[in-house]
Design a binder for this molecule. Sequence first.
Ligand code: NDP
Ligand code: 2IT
Length: 444
Amino acid sequence: MSYVDETIQMLKEKYSAQPEFIQATTEVLESIRPVIEAKEDEYKRDALLERLVEPDRQIIFRVPWIDRNGNAHVNTGYRVQFNNSIGPYKGGLRLHPSVNISIIKFLGFEQIFKNSLTGLPIGGAKGGSDFDPKGKTDREIMSFCKNFMLELYKYIGADTDVPAGDIGTGAREIGYMFGAYKRIRRTHEGVLTGKGLAYGGSLARTEATGYGLLYLTQEMLKCNGIDISGKTVLVSGSGNVAIYAIEKAQQLGAKVVTCSDSNGWVYDPDGIDLAALKEIKEVNRQRLTEYKKYRPDSEYHEGRGVWSVKADIALPCATQNELRIEDAKALVANGITAVAEGANMPTTAEAVKYLQSNGVLLAPAKAANAGGVATSALEMSQNSERLNWTFEKVDSKLKDIMVSIFHNMSDAAEKYGMGKNYVAGANIAGFEKVLDAMVEQGIC
Ligand code: NDP
Ligand code: 2IT
């Protein structure tokens, strides 16, 4: 059995209770097979793959917090520091009731290669908690965030590990966590990104993941002879990534006709009203059922269904495994041209294969949504030099990074004879730099 297959089998046996982690590692290991096989004996002797798939450390802790009635609750906090070969650990914090160690490990593993693809010096990590922010008051969120940081602070720092936002963690939560960190450590440092502009945040970080997704999508389409302008786009989700993906898609002349939340989805044939969506989600923190009040001609449907609409481009921007085989079949039947992943691992392995084998251009998450963490790294640079860059400067660097990520993954796919398999291209291009760094630093 080859070294890659041995490693996949070991993971399946050892972590059989961690399906998302197995899904993410299997995909990457399958993709990097040709790179490993070129020096299989050496890598096996040095347990390179075992060192790659086992996090440097996994921190799991208790987070007590107090609700509006004075009652205490306990959630579980996580920080998985996966790999710091190319820079300090970097990755977001997810607050969602579904969070468990499998989800945090898959996200941390993906982050290693995503961060490498940005070309910036950042390692891979992820954290979060099974705390559910929905329906909580500001004070309850504050109580949770302060208590979360009361433990997390021991393990992070501007040159050690720099967390950021993810599902359920936005500017409000980062602010409360930063305040707690600063008070405990007595130091005002760039320990978190996605900070408010008043205390060290970067312009364009809020927009970065969604904008970056569209910059990469635009480049991918352009290189395949397609103009994004005039195209019809499906977006899922209605959070940070979805909202700014819709904004940039509209700026580029495309028409976005859907968005969703965990309860249902909106179809607006005239194009999503972004001002209404921002007011509902960013200002009022309401459900998408409100959208019809702003746009009486739109449709609201309970449950899933975004991928059943006919369009040219699909941008899954909600969560993992939200685009399944039956969705892939519906998209292909409706003539979809491209899928670009705003969320992390939103497409199941089966759906990825189906889309690719039907000629759909598929930009994988670790490339397509890398604009968020890339701009986080630009925030770290600004914090280090104690300067703030203009929106235009950050946005233009973001665009350059996304264009270069597209070409790196496309070139890697080409080099290994994989045509337009951008999934494999991104995995290989992201891995090569991590590989060099791990080999040069010896076994540790
Ligand atoms: P938000 O919390 O701002 O928004 C998440 C959106 O996805 C909401 O509309 C939410 O609906 C929906 N959603 C979340 N979980 C589920 C679920 N289990 N089933 C159905 N819908 C769900 O998060 P972000 O926009 O920041 O993150 C979205 C995705 O993008 C995630 O995969 C994240 O890891 C990824 N990402 C985020 C980056 C960032 O910078 N923020 C960077 C790179 C990737 P509801 O409100 O009903 O829960
Ligand atoms: O998945 C991701 O890349 C993020 N949630 C952003 C991480 C970051 O450090 O900005």
